[in-house]
Design a protein around this ligand. Structure first.
Ligand SMILES: Cc1ncc(COP(=O)(O)O)c(C=O)c1O
Length: 272
């Protein structure tokens, strides 16, 4: 039996057809289906809102973040669990303090969801948005260098372009942007699970991704890596207990910093 055969056995539901993961929704292996079922069962058995359940949820969340961090070369405390890539990008882009006529630079190969966020921000905060052309461009770094203006606050780009699979030279792009005082938000929807990644070495300011594509995880489970150097540059745009940076009630809430301020999505998936 080959390694591929052994791997295929983890997905018994595809026995009757050929499956090609193309970066949409990956198939769930049996182990994931069983873990999700077991987690919901346990939650019912110990009481879904009990102290024990809260502790279980906390432990699972921490374990998940550590597992992600190990795979991605980063610290688990720099990860916020999210529902998907788009939500991670929303957290960053809505959380920056915009000034009128700030400039957002995207490439011409970004996913519709990111373009929509940039357009909405531009309309609300009087920003300018430009697309620089990287498609089939042998020198994407040069194209980005030319498109940066003194008003550019952030570059938003995919690590792997979803429409034609090109891998952008991310480390060089990040170094260029940082030398010009420009932040970098990376859409890692198509790169996590495909490329070996060392997020600390890449040094992007924000790297948003999902577990449901190449990692074959359930829909509704992704994460956002926030470079610890950015600390609190991103403000929370949706309130939750963990977002508070001060203690506001007699109950001892823990003060959070960096990525840990952004709460995980509701129980559905993080119980996996
Ligand atoms: C490059 C890219 N960005 C973002 C998305 C949206 O991903 P998500 O469902 O994780 O928000 C996709 C989905 O196919 C994608 O290919």
């Amino acid at each position: 039996m080959t390694d591929l055969d052994r791997h295929r056995q983890k997905f018994p539901h595809i026995d009757h057809y050929s499956y090609f993961n193309y970066g949409g929704q990956g198939l769930l292996p049996t182990s994931a289906l069983e873990a999700m079922h077991q987690a919901q069962l346990t939650s019912q058995q110990i009481g879904p809102f009990s102290n024990q359940s809260g502790l279980q949820l906390y432990k699972t969340t921490e374990h998940l973040k550590r597992t992600f961090a190990q795979a991605l070369g980063c610290n688990s405390t720099d990860l916020a669990l999210t529902e998907n890539t788009t939500l991670g990008c929303n957290i960053v882009l809505w959380g920056l303090g915009w000034r009128s006529s700030d400039h957002i630079l995207l490439t011409d190969c970004e996913h519709q969801g990111l373009v929509a966020i940039a357009q909405e921000l531009a309309a609300r905060f009087d920003l300018t948005v430009d697309l620089c052309s990287v498609i089939d461009n042998p020198d994407p770094l040069g194209a980005i260098a030319q498109a940066i203006t003194p008003r550019t606050r952030i570059l938003v780009l995919s690590h792997i372009l979803w429409n034609q699979g090109q891998v952008l030279p991310l480390e060089a792009i990040v170094a260029l942007c940082h030398s010009k005082g420009v932040q970098v938000l990376v859409d890692g929807a198509q790169s996590v699970g495909v490329l070996p990644l060392d997020l600390d070495a890449i040094d992007a300011d924000y790297y948003a991704f999902t577990g449901h594509k190449w990692w074959c995880g359930p829909p509704g489970l992704g994460a956002l890596h926030i470079n610890p150097k950015m600390n609190c540059a991103v403000r929370s745009s949706a309130g939750a207990a963990s977002c508070s940076t001060t203690e506001v009630s007699p109950r001892p809430f823990i003060k959070m910093g960096g990525a840990t301020r952004f709460p995980p999505p509701p129980g559905r998936c993080i119980r996996v």
